[in-house]
Design a protein around this ligand. Structure first.
Ligand code: HEC
Ligand code: HEC
Length: 499
């Protein structure tokens, strides 16, 4: 038993020694998440005009709060400690956080780490959405694991003694990266094979089954004519499945984006300093309350939000809000702890030292005008750039930080999705050494590819996200740093990898 306890402790990154300063009493001033005025102004207007009506706070606060159950690690087949599964069956259900007992800032951050691992959805371990005890699943999904064999994207949970379930949809699912040496970076651009997981979950459905029920919840945008999600969502499940199965790690078909144009998973390390959230800058990040609101909206209020009468989670034509009791939400305290945890995330130690080559690269970076947009020390100017074909309104110019430069990358996500604002934000370049793929759709695997001039050609074979039925396609736009010598390119990339 003790052995299992030790294993669990190392797996769950149990409390590290605390510094004396973290022991100071801390009484947080927890903002109200669902404040009607703040909710009315947090989002930018959609590029494809639609009347988006945030829920009322009266409705929101009648949604029951989620219970934060204790979670347990999932091991790869053959790596599970002897007796672990049987031990799990004997565990009593345990609530992982008692907010009334939190005393220090460190306590709140630790509670936030638990919220980061907590599920919104539970399922059986051998079938359904996340059958992590099915060997076929491991073969099809092949997720990265730690040297101990832990798959850190999902976890087991016990809500009823003797019934071990898989907890899914936790922040950790997408925002965790397993490095090639097995080290886990929490909060980094995740490398969960999410497309393969989703594809496996639907691989047994008969080919002719309509994709619409899945498509409507996640991607439909019926106020745009024709609905841009129809190429994959308007027919049978087969192309929908094949597209999911083709997605590389590091991009995600997040709800509100597109299955045709899945979006790069952002690095959450440093999120506090960003003024806009999402690649399209859909949500402002004016203070900690806005970050809490972002988390509430995306897990999963967005799906019961009315887009001019279209509610993604409803049956077609049903414009009524679901009974609040059928939904769940995190408490304001849980969202506050989560935001504190996100604020506390630090990048791992960078093995790339700033040497003579990096110094040369820094000069190239300055000479090529990169700092105008990727301004040190954040390596972003925290501004939005309009996409080709989008007319910026005077109101937007007055209210948001807009740079009147079009970088020319693919405009689809900015124009044709629920999250589309007409803009892409200037992303920070910090941490590019431990992440990838790059581009808002993760179109290229490496920085070398991002600065490869051949990516502008129609016959370019993409190294990142490509699409299930496309052999080649250009990665247009952002032509900065493409026409420099190979030596300078190498120096520039060496510099970027020190950030
Ligand atoms: C299924 C995968 C998935 C899950 C689960 C998930 N996220 Fe994300 N998250 C994404 C993707 C993909 C984006 C990028 C969306 C975009 O750019 O439009 C994102 C964006 C974000 C952003 C915006 C960051 C930025 O710089 O733009 C924050 C903050 C965030 N997620 C926090 C969370 C938290 C907290 C949780 C848990 C409550 C969570 N996410 C759960 C995939 C996921
Ligand atoms: C006019 C503003 C601007 C300039 C100048 C600029 N960038 Fe960018 N950069 C952007 C924007 C905007 C994006 C995101 C585009 C998108 O989402 O489609 C981006 C994306 C990137 C990315 C991909 C990051 C990721 O995670 O996907 C890298 C790397 C990058 N830029 C490096 C550079 C370098 C190096 C230079 C100079 C040679 C440079 N940029 C010049 C605005 C700029």
């Amino acid at each position: 038993m003790r052995r299992i306890a030790i294993l669990l402790c190392s797996a769950l990154l149990c409390a590290q020694a605390q510094s004396p300063s973290s022991k100071k009493p801390f009484t947080p001033d927890i903002p109200k998440v669902w404040d009607d005025a703040a909710m009315a102004s947090i989002e930018l207007p959609r590029a494809a005009k639609v009347d988006v009506r945030p829920l009322s706070s009266a409705y929101y606060y009648t949604i029951p709060e989620r219970t934060l159950w204790k979670t347990y690690p999932v091991y790869a087949p053959g790596k599970e400690p002897k007796g672990y599964w049987e031990w799990l069956q004997r565990q009593e259900p345990q609530v992982a956080v008692d907010f009334d007992k939190l005393k220090t800032e460190e306590d709140w951050i630790k509670a936030g780490s638990i919220v980061f691992d907590s599920a919104n959805t539970y399922g059986p371990p051998d079938k359904g959405f996340m059958p992590v005890r099915d060997p076929g699943w491991w073969q099809a999904v092949n997720p990265p694991t730690t040297p101990e064999g832990i798959m850190p994207f999902e976890s087991y949970v016990i809500r009823e003694k003797g019934k071990v379930e898989v907890a899914t949809d936790a922040c950790a699912e997408c925002h965790t990266r397993v490095m090639p040496d097995g080290k886990v970076i929490r909060g980094a651009q995740g490398n969960v094979p999410f497309g393969q997981m989703f594809a496996y979950a639907i691989h047994n459905i008969p080919e002719k089954t309509p994709a619409a029920p899945f498509n409507d919840v996640f991607y439909a945008a019926p106020w745009i004519k024709p609905d841009p999600s129809l190429p994959l969502g308007g027919g049978g499940i087969k192309p929908f499945h094949d597209q999911l199965a083709s997605l590389p790690q590091g991009v995600n078909p997040r709800q509100g984006t597109s299955l045709l144009y899945p979006i790069q998973i952002p690095d959450l390390i440093g999120v506090r300093d960003r003024l806009y959230l999402d690649r399209t800058g859909l949500e402002q990040n004016r203070n900690i309350a806005d970050l809490m609101r972002y988390d509430a909206i995306n897990n999963f209020i967005q799906e019961i939000t009315s887009y001019d009468g279209f509610i993604p989670n409803n049956d077609p034509g049903d414009t009524k809000l679901p009974d609040a009791k059928t939904q769940t939400r995190d408490s304001d305290r849980a969202l506050y702890a989560l935001a504190m945890y996100l604020y506390s995330l630090k990048p791992p130690e960078n093995p790339n030292k700033f040497d003579a080559l990096a110094a040369k690269g820094q000069k190239v970076f300055t000479r090529e005008g990169c700092p105008k947009c990727h301004t040190p020390p954040l390596y972003t100017n925290n501004m939005l750039t309009p996409v080709e074909g989008f007319k910026v309104t005077d109101e937007a110019k007055a209210n948001y930080r807009i740079m009147p430069v079009v970088v020319g990358t693919d405009p689809y996500n900015a124009l044709n999705t629920r999250r589309g604002t007409g803009f892409y934000k200037v992303p920070s370049l910090k941490g590019v050494w431990y992440r990838g793929p790059f581009g808002h759709n993760g179109e290229v695997a490496t920085l070398e590819d991002w600065f490869d001039v051949h990516r502008l050609d129609e016959n370019y074979v993409r190294t990142g996200y490509r699409g299930y039925n496309l052999k080649s396609s250009a990665v247009p736009g952002h032509e900065y740093g493409l026409d420099i010598s190979p030596e300078e390119k190498q120096a520039l990339i060496t510099f970027l990898k020190t950030l």
